[in-house]
Design a protein around this ligand. Structure first.
Ligand SMILES: [Zn+2]
Length: 371
């Protein structure tokens, strides 16, 4: 059978259009092969191991740099130990490892606490810290001697934020939890939250209405930012607005000096992109200067003991997570992720957006890091 001439040329044009589109996507987006050639920074890790030779080899091979963040968290080594390790890693591998320090809030209501804390912050910055982390224990654990829950805009902390603002020191803040934490398990959006809160009812805020609400914690954080307009702020974990790119966009519009990292919340973005792929893609393009790639890769206490096998496991986990995320941001492939039952289609972000997400925004926020 012979096809009419005009139908043939129509088919030809359609084929040409398709191959041109594929070609254009290839030019505008990175592929899996580009992974090792593009500089990448993971701005949210917790490395507690002095013996990192193999990990640094992986950083080199995968073309990654990291920010390791100290946290006042009982399941991590003591703050002193975390600081010593971070300072040492940064000294030995300044081109690969930068670190953020933190401070203790024990005795925050004692008169000497403020002076000691300011001094500690300055000392850590002089040793190379590029930021200071304030964790969710403020707002979810810390109480005044009369039992009142202390939140982020409490008057005790403002001299600290004022100090950071004046000295251009970045504040990394984890306020609250994913919004899922305030929902019944069956309404939670991602599998990892369902599992975690089912197994840790003590942290499942839906069961503890006597603690501050999600909205109160977000409001306390926003009030602190309003009081400190010049503060160089990083809202870690998507500033706990992981459940809605619309709400996150409003937050970034409201606080122009704020940026956010994606650590441990990419699954929440994938939950949203599975429902509205274009909306999440447009969000990344619109806020391309405000987003930083991060994972929350953490070495457990056991791994900090530098046991060979657990180090190997950690390194291969890191490589797999980095590769999986790269596939999501750069390709249109469908991938299986641990947070969701259904496969997730990649966002095929433009190269220019990926360059900012993976490195340029981190270098801008932390200009003294990775030299
Ligand atoms: Zn973390």
């Amino acid at each position: 059978m012979r096809l009419p001439i005009n139908m043939l040329s129509g088919l030809g044009l359609a084929c040409l259009f398709l191959s041109l589109t594929t070609f254009a996507n290839e030019i505008q987006s990175y592929t899996m092969n580009d992974y090792k050639y593009v500089e990448k920074i993971d701005v949210h890790t917790h490395i507690h191991n002095k013996n990192t030779t193999e990990f640094v080899k992986l950083l080199h091979k995968d073309n990654f740099k990291i920010l390791t963040i100290n946290v006042d968290y009982s399941e991590f080594p003591s703050l002193d130990q975390q600081e010593n390790i971070a300072v040492k890693l940064h000294k030995v591998y300044p081109q690969y490892v930068a670190f953020a320090a933190t401070f203790t809030v024990a005795n925050f209501d004692k008169p000497e606490w403020l002076q000691d804390t300011l001094q500690h912050i300055d000392e850590m910055v002089s040793k190379g810290a590029v930021g200071i982390k304030v964790w969710k224990n403020i707002g979810m654990d810390l109480r005044s001697p009369d039992g009142k829950m202390i939140v982020l805009d409490d008057k005790h902390f403002n001299p600290i934020f004022d100090h950071l603002t004046k000295k251009n020191i970045v504040l990394l803040n984890h306020s609250g939890e994913p919004k899922n934490c305030w929902l019944p398990v069956e309404q939670m959006t991602v599998l990892n939250d369902k599992e975690y809160f089912r197994n840790h009812p003590q942290y499942h805020m839906y069961l503890h209405p006597d603690f501050p609400s999600y909205e109160q914690l977000m409001a306390a954080r926003d009030a602190m930012l309003t009081k400190n307009p010049g503060l160089l702020f990083v809202g870690v974990h998507l500033a706990s607005l992981e459940w809605s790119v619309d709400e996150l966009g409003k937050f970034l519009d409201r606080f122009p000096t704020a940026t956010v990292d994606l650590a441990a919340r990419i699954g929440q973005l994938q939950y949203q992109s599975n429902r509205d792929h274009e909306k999440v893609r447009v969000f990344f393009i619109r806020y391309q200067d405000r987003l930083m790639y991060g994972t929350d890769l953490s070495q457990s206490g056991e791994q900090a003991q530098s046991r060979d096998q657990s180090n190997k496991d950690f390194n291969s986990d890191a490589h797999n997570v980095w590769l999986r995320d790269w596939r999501y941001f750069n390709t249109s492939q469908f991938i299986q992720v641990p947070e969701l039952r259904e496969p997730v289609q990649g966002l095929v972000l433009p190269k220019i957006v990926v360059d900012k997400l993976y490195a340029k925004n981190a270098r801008k926020r932390f200009p003294n890091a990775w030299k």
